[in-house]
Write a protein of this length. Structure first.
Length: 289
């Protein structure tokens, strides 16, 4: 396929400048500290492991219906994949069996967003982190960069997508709440602004200190996340990564990009240039048909 040389050079130049100064192309979002993100508070002390959140999530997003035999069992680690954006796991802990939900954490400053050369992985103004297929060049840097190992790739598909929880972004834009929060019979999943959720989480810990472990997972981890957790036990007992740093991972690269050799900067820029120019050329060809 012939590549439009002008488009290639234009994108190559703009991307090279963008990477050299350490700023994303077309960055127009406010800083996380200036934005009231929406989020979800998951209280594992209330979860009964019914998997209703998994079932409604699959239905809402056109995924295969969960296997009725695939249930949470202590000692069995169920993982998200291209067919399920959220899973419930069971853990045998110091206070007995406890359930814990796993999905995208929707970081305040996502590593996947920072690593994405085309802004296909995107932190929205409302809070959810989404994947935009029309911008993706298939590099899968988002998968490598995520400290929580969340984005999954459809390896078996002829038109693969990156699959992960989007916090039901389309519903949120319409003023609705995510289906998992709307349908949880035990009210273990609560939707609201991150500030409200943190206030509620602290209130529960103070009012019932014998029930809760005194920590809100996601308040500080990875610079803060929009998905927050309460637990009756230390989070390592629920399989959580407790070695996650409190600073956001993109903050580690600030001031470093300019020290990278030019060839390291230009290679991803070249790949992006090829992607954009090819996409443009493809559109022009389709218009001519």
């Amino acid at each position: 396929m012939k590549i439009n040389r002008l488009n290639f050079l234009r994108v190559l130049g703009l991307t090279g400048v963008s990477l050299a100064i350490g700023k994303p192309l077309n960055a127009s979002q406010k800083k996380s500290s200036d934005t009231e993100f929406y989020g979800i508070l998951y209280d594992s002390t209330r979860c009964v492991g019914c998997q209703e959140c998994e079932i409604v999530c699959a239905k809402e997003h056109g995924l295969p219906e969960p296997d009725s035999k695939d249930m949470p069992m202590a000692g069995v680690k169920r993982k998200t994949n291209e067919n399920r954006r959220s899973v419930i796991n069971a853990y045998e802990t110091s206070v007995g069996e406890v359930y814990a939900k796993k999905q995208c954490m929707h970081c305040n400053e996502p590593a996947c967003d920072a690593a994405c050369l085309t802004q296909a992985m995107h932190k929205t103004y409302e809070g959810p982190v989404i994947w935009r297929g029309d911008k993706c060049m298939g590099c899968r840097y988002c998968m490598i960069s995520c400290p929580f190992d969340v984005p999954k790739f459809e390896y078996q598909s002829t038109n693969p997508k990156i699959v992960k929880c989007t916090m039901c972004y389309e519903r949120v834009k319409e003023g609705k709440i995510p289906v998992c929060a709307e349908n949880c019979p035990a009210e273990a999943i609560v939707f609201g602004t991150r500030r409200e959720l943190l206030k509620e989480a602290r209130k529960r810990i103070v009012e019932d200190p014998d029930l809760y472990y005194d920590h809100i997972y996601g308040e500080q981890e990875a610079g803060g996340t929009s998905f927050l957790y309460l637990s009756p036990v230390p989070f390592e007992e629920l399989g959580f990564k407790t070695n996650i740093q409190n600073k956001s991972y993109p903050s580690l690269t600030k001031g470093f990009i300019s020290a990278i050799a030019p060839v390291d900067i230009l290679l991803p820029a070249a790949l992006l240039g090829i992607h954009e120019a090819t996409k443009s050329n493809k559109k022009n060809t389709e218009d001519e048909l």
